[in-house]
Ligand binder design. Structure first.
Ligand SMILES: Nc1ncnc2c1ncn2[C@@H]1O[C@H](COP(=O)(O)OP(=O)(O)O)[C@@H](O)[C@H]1O
Ligand SMILES: [Mg+2]
Length: 290
């Protein structure tokens, strides 16, 4: 399913003039099936407001642009939001705050029953087992545990299982690694890649981690003040000095190193993935530049 957003504008508290706040202005964006697409930009730039539109958590306001996702037209009053939310799964910021059931099993099963009320208990069990296992957790060890007895990283994986159990084609992750320790982050990244290879077609990821964006994203959009400043590959974005300065984004480590080598007279021209950077550096050095 391709995502086509045209000229999307959104105002919080639109009906109360004194409180009204425009969080998105004229946002247009296409995300193709198969992408890992990054949404980046400072806090308050409109990233969460934008992604919450994509599964109908926030509705497109009247005369405020359009969103088409596959066959779903989100400006159509007849849009089937329940089906949309099964196809476009979304994990919020700090998803563990949404876990509420007494056991991991109940929590993940609840999400599924919501989408597929006609499944038998046996079918539900098999779907829950599959979703929990995909996230790298040991289903039999964890299914009866309380979500509150798990580590932060484990809780987050249970939350992802609750999204995956509906078998979404598009997975939206809003700052999925925020607040995790380095090990939790690493494990999360491995999970992300596994999901992309085997279980979902498209991933949209809101992240402050520019290393992650450089390493994994096919493209990204830079948000600022509710608008998209630029869209491009990590290389296009991080080599645009004016854009980086204006948006206040950090550079991924590979881009910082590229800069430092340039000052030393070594031209490294890579896609900014770690492997790509090392390859290009080796080529530059073997070229006899130093
Ligand atoms: N429920 C809300 N009511 C009013 N303003 C909000 C609400 N949620 C977010 N905002 C404002 O909208 C802007 C964009 O917020 P958000 O989409 O959460 O940004 P980001 O995810 O990039 O940090 C911010 O200025 C924020 O304060
Ligand atoms: Mg946010």
């Amino acid at each position: 399913m391709e995502i086509i957003v045209k000229d999307l504008t959104f105002t919080y508290s639109k009906k109360t003039k004194s409180l009204a706040f425009r969080a998105l202005s004229g946002v247009s964006l296409n995300v193709k099936e198969g992408e890992i697409f990054g949404i980046i930009g400072k806090t308050g730039s409109g990233k969460s407001t934008f992604v919450q539109h994509l599964n109908g958590l926030i509705k497109v306001q009247k005369d405020s642009g359009s969103i088409i996702i596959g066959d779903f037209d989100l400006t159509d009053k007849k849009c089937d939001y329940k089906l949309l939310r099964a196809k476009v799964g979304m994990m919020f910021q700090y998803p563990e705050h949404q876990l509420f059931a007494e056991t991991v099993y109940d929590d993940v099963a609840f999400a599924l029953k919501n989408f597929a009320p006609d499944l038998t208990e046996k079918e539900i069990e098999s779907r829950v087992r599959e979703a929990v296992t995909i996230t790298g957790l040991n289903y039999d060890l964890i299914k009866e545990k309380s979500p509150f007895d798990l580590s932060g990283g484990q809780r987050r994986r249970v939350a992802i299982a609750g999204v995956l159990v509906a078998k979404p084609e598009i997975l939206i992750l809003d700052e999925p690694a925020a607040g995790l320790d380095p090990k939790g982050k690493r494990e999360f990244l491995e999970l992300l890649l596994r999901l992309k290879n085997d279980f979902v077609k498209t991933i949209i990821i809101v992240s402050h981690d520019m290393n992650l964006v450089a390493e994994y994203c096919t493209r990204a959009a830079v948000f600022m003040g509710g608008e998209i400043l630029a869209t491009g590959t990590p290389k296009e974005i991080f080599s645009d000095e004016m854009l980086i300065e204006k948006s206040g984004l950090d550079l991924p480590l590979t881009a910082s190193l590229t800069e430092k080598f340039k000052v030393k007279g070594v031209a490294v021209d890579s896609d900014l993935t770690v492997d790509g950077f090392v390859e290009s550096l080796c080529r530059a050095l073997k070229g006899g530049k130093i």
